[in-house]
Design a protein around this ligand. Structure first.
Ligand SMILES: [Zn+2]
Ligand SMILES: [Zn+2]
Length: 318
């Protein structure tokens, strides 16, 4: 008898996770069967659970931050995507994003996160097939999508599992073109905010300011090296928060770069007001549509001559 594995299948938006068992597939040429160790729970999983991510096919196995051990390698799989040799028993990070490498965005523009054929593990890449081993909330992931990529891990699973949110921070640094000595503000202290802080420090930010709540998260931000934290539950007036940030910058001009990692539209005008003229504002916290916010084209954009950038997820290059 073939071995089986379990998966937590979400039956519908706001529905139930049903634990179902299915036969394990035998990986064919180029494919991998991964015995999962851990998978992160992302804010996006919550949005998907609530049915707020358009195009999500149900039933689905959520989870796009998976780490596991190679249970079986299909024929021809010998190295990971940095060229490092792999064998059964090795720990790998399954890169969730699946990019075609052939479309206009992948090839001409070098913007794989915008791939027109993009899908991902944890997002039901094969919506016409059983969902069991296509996401992280299962005992196994069956890496049978032709665009699959993965990296061998040399750290414990509880560290490796943090790689996906970290790569969102790294993607932001790529776009922000942060300069050594910059003052960077990070709005939000969830996983994306904290890893953006880590990435900003690695990229050369001289002063880092994290604006968010609750206190326990801000304490973590301090542990990760934030120079200043502003608790929005204590400093409730956005104007006061803006002044606090500005007073920490060169000649009170404002921050060089502000990273939005909150998912709250109201953070956007506040964050732009924290910027100096000519600064860069990156919006990475909005992975779903949570509504509009009033902005002033003269005050926020033209007169201030800011660089405004959206950041959509991450890719293996990050
Ligand atoms: Zn995520
Ligand atoms: Zn593509």
């Amino acid at each position: 008898m073939l071995k089986t594995g379990k998966a937590a299948i979400l039956n519908q938006p706001n529905g139930e996770f049903i634990i179902d068992e299915a036969e394990l597939p035998d990986p064919k040429e180029g494919e991998i069967l991964v015995k999962q160790e851990m998978c992160g729970v992302c804010g996006t999983d919550v949005h998907m659970y609530q049915g707020h991510l358009p195009g999500t096919a149900f039933p689905i196995v959520l989870g796009h931050e998976p780490v596991g051990i190679i249970a079986k390698l299909g024929k021809g799989v010998k190295v990971d995507h940095t060229g490092e040799p792999v064998k059964e028993g090795d720990r790998i990070y399954v890169v969730p994003g699946l990019r075609c490498g052939k479309c206009y965005f992948c090839t001409v523009l070098f913007e794989p996160t915008l791939c027109v054929n993009s899908t991902a593990y944890g997002f039901r890449p094969y919506s016409d097939q059983p969902p069991h081993f296509q996401g992280g909330y299962a005992e196994y992931i069956y890496m049978n999508h032709p665009y699959s990529t993965f990296l061998k891990m040399h750290v414990p699973p509880e560290i490796a599992v943090l790689l996906e949110p970290l790569t969102v921070g790294i993607h932001q640094m790529d776009m922000a073109k942060l300069r050594v000595g910059d003052t960077a503000v990070i709005q939000g202290c969830g996983a994306i905010g904290l890893f953006t802080l880590v990435a900003a420090k690695e990229a050369g930010a001289h002063k880092t300011i994290v604006v968010g709540a609750p206190k326990s998260r801000l304490d973590l931000a301090k542990e990760f090296g934030a120079d200043l934290t502003i608790n929005i539950e204590e400093v409730t007036d956005p104007k006061e928060r803006i002044e606090m940030v500005k007073s920490e910058t060169t000649l009170d001009y404002g921050a060089d770069v502000v990273f939005e990692c909150t998912g709250f539209p109201k953070a956007v005008p506040e964050g732009i007001d924290m910027l100096r003229r000519g600064g860069s504002y990156l919006v990475a916290g909005h992975f779903t549509d949570v509504g509009d916010v009033p902005l002033n084209p003269f005050l926020h954009f033209t007169n201030k001559q800011i660089n405004l950038m959206g950041v959509w997820g991450d890719d293996i290059g990050h």
